[in-house]
Design a protein. Structure first.
Length: 224
């Protein structure tokens, strides 16, 4: 991808080939690692050309995010974000500066989102920039499924868990599911008992601390 080869003068061809193969293998490993993350990450250069975007990032960017993929490039949807985004990429690639960008507009369809910009490979000929995208919800569906499997939640309890992680109040969960509030409260109590959570707040804390490595639950046809 962006890895450089460093070959010393007079170095044997066999050694040079070993370095090339090692760089290729490292790039493959990195791509596999990024795909394992249930968190959107994008690797690109200072000009906005994407080197790699994992599945979580592609899904996030397709969902009315302030940034969008246009061919091989990542661009800001709003004109007001174009300059700050370009300056952040240039500053990361050329100056090694990292920053937190707040992009988008609450009044726009894309809403607002935080993006962390991290410089990589500073002071080498092929520098890259890492973007870490903000999660749109505390716990994604895959993470909720992982949690549900771990604590043997019922399908109904799993749906309640997903709703709570998205900020839905128990009364609204009951309305959406067409059940009594007492039923939802019983399901929440069962989830807490199975997971050992002392409260709904503690349950949300457990979800927030889940490792973002849950691609084993992802349908195989979606994994590149």
């Amino acid at each position: 991808m962006w890895m450089s080869e460093f070959v010393q003068p007079g170095q044997a061809p066999g050694r040079r080939e070993e370095r090339r193969q090692a760089a290729s293998l490292s790039s493959q490993w990195l791509g596999l690692v990024l795909e394992e993350l249930d968190h959107g990450v994008v690797l690109l250069n200072g000009a906005g050309r994407v080197l790699h975007a994992n599945l979580a990032a592609r899904s996030t960017l397709d969902d009315n995010h302030p940034l969008e993929l246009v061919g091989p490039h990542l661009r800001a949807r709003l004109l007001t974000d174009a300059v700050p985004f370009a300056e952040a990429l240039e500053g990361a690639e050329a100056g090694g500066r990292r920053c937190l960008l707040r992009l988008g507009d609450e009044r726009a369809e894309c809403g607002r989102a935080n993006v962390v910009v991290v410089p990589l490979n500073r002071d080498v000929s092929q520098a890259a920039v890492l973007l870490i995208l903000e999660r749109r919800q505390l716990c994604g569906d895959l993470a909720a499924q992982w949690f549900a499997l771990r604590y043997q939640l019922t399908p109904a309890e799993t749906e309640v868990l997903k709703a709570l992680s998205n900020g839905v109040k128990p009364t609204e969960v009951a309305q959406r599911q067409g059940v009594a509030i007492s039923t939802v409260r019983s399901q929440i109590q069962s989830i807490r008992a199975k997971s050992g959570a002392d409260s709904i707040g503690d349950l949300m804390r457990q979800l927030a601390l889940l490792p973002p490595l849950v691609s084993s639950l992802r349908p195989q046809k979606q994994v590149n």
